[in-house]
Design a protein around this ligand. Structure first.
Ligand code: HPA
Ligand code: ZN
Length: 337
């Protein structure tokens, strides 16, 4: 508690936040109205009776897939370019207030495309939110396009083709690629061809792995070319792999409140923060889906502090690794350090 002000003032980088995961129940109801989108019928899904009942339901996720069903239903209210901009802007304002100086944000184009929203609308909307954050808040930002594991490989290939054709990496509109959604079930290497192609172009790659899935999901992601691992908490179950991750300086983007809400751990003290520090595994602390998991980045920092009582030196290591492993030029890193 005593370090709360220190944590607030610590210059933070966020590497693991889904813009669609910043869609609050308030904004879901507002945009449903604005866009004439029907939310699920409260008669069959009582969570959708009100903002309050939906918020209360988020306290009782039973698993990643239980959460994902709400996450994908919620984002169906996003239709127009302005919706995507408003959503990104609402996140960046909150992040700025939490002391975030640099944010790398995920988005899931396949899911919006499956509802008929064009790729250009999604990217233009989110990119405008990033531009505004850079200009008005002085944040640096990075957009990371995420492929989703619950849809077909061919739909992922289609969006990858659009990304390539628009030259969105070369133009600096999208800065990296990731994958997310359902972990256990679909083939671990379903994006092998896409990642091989992207790696050849020098595009930074990350992947959600080792959240619900065992460490073989992490090694598969690394084999496909991921340079970072999103979540990765189950790495502690494979000591050899953990040594390799430490040796190679691979960053884990850890999301403590997400892990608790999705029942990956019983409470924050079971997130392997201390184990990673002791093993020299680099990690950053992030919010994942703050509108769904009960807190933004500072809440995650404070929850870690309450569970582990880290000292100022340990926090400096975490903050410094977060800067060093950001996907930004050295000049920007120097400003953040
Ligand atoms: N895991 C997998 N997919 C996701 C998550 C997550 O925590 N959040 C949003 N999409
Ligand atoms: Zn995530």
């Amino acid at each position: 508690h005593s370090l709360h002000e220190f944590l607030q003032g610590l210059p933070k980088c966020e590497h693991h936040v889904h813009l669609e995961g910043c869609l609050t129940p308030e904004l879901i109801f507002q945009l449903a109205e604005r866009n004439g989108v029907a939310l699920p019928d409260p008669a069959t899904n009582p969570a959708y009776v009100s903002i309050e009942s939906l918020t209360a339901r988020y306290d009782r996720f039973t698993s990643l897939d239980d959460f994902l069903s709400f996450y994908f239903e919620g984002m169906a209210v996003l239709r127009n370019e302005r919706d995507f901009t408003d959503l990104a802007w609402s996140y960046f304002q909150k992040a700025h207030a939490d002391g975030v100086h640099h944010a790398e944000v995920f988005f899931d184009p396949q899911v919006h495309q499956s509802r008929g929203v064009p790729y250009e609308t999604i990217v233009a909307g989110f990119a405008e939110g990033c531009r505004r954050a850079e200009q008005e808040l002085g944040l640096s930002t990075r957009l990371i396009l995420c492929f989703v594991r619950h849809l077909s490989v061919s739909s992922a290939k289609q969006v990858y083709e659009e990304f390539v054709q628009h030259k969105h990496f070369e133009l600096g509109v999208i800065h990296g690629l990731g994958w997310s959604s359902t972990e256990v079930g679909p083939p671990k290497d379903m994006f092998r061809e896409i990642y091989a192609s992207a790696a050849e172009k020098g595009i930074p790659l990350t992947a959600h792995a080792g959240e619900e899935g065992d460490p073989t999901y992490i090694s598969a992601a690394l084999e496909l070319g991921a340079q970072r691992i999103d979540h990765g908490i189950r790495l502690i179950e494979d000591p050899e792999l953990m040594k390799r991750v430490a040796r190679e300086g691979i960053l884990l983007t850890v999301c403590p409140l997400s892990n608790v809400r999705l029942k990956c751990v019983p409470d924050v003290s079971h997130v392997p923060i201390r184990r990673f520090l002791e093993a020299g595994v680099k990690f950053s602390i992030n919010s994942d889906d703050p509108a769904y998991f009960g807190g933004y980045i500072l809440d995650n920092y404070c929850a870690v502090q309450e569970a582990f009582e880290l000292n100022v030196m340990e926090w400096r290591i975490i903050a410094e690794n977060s800067v060093q492993e950001s996907w930004i030029p050295n000049e920007r890193k120097a400003q953040l350090l």
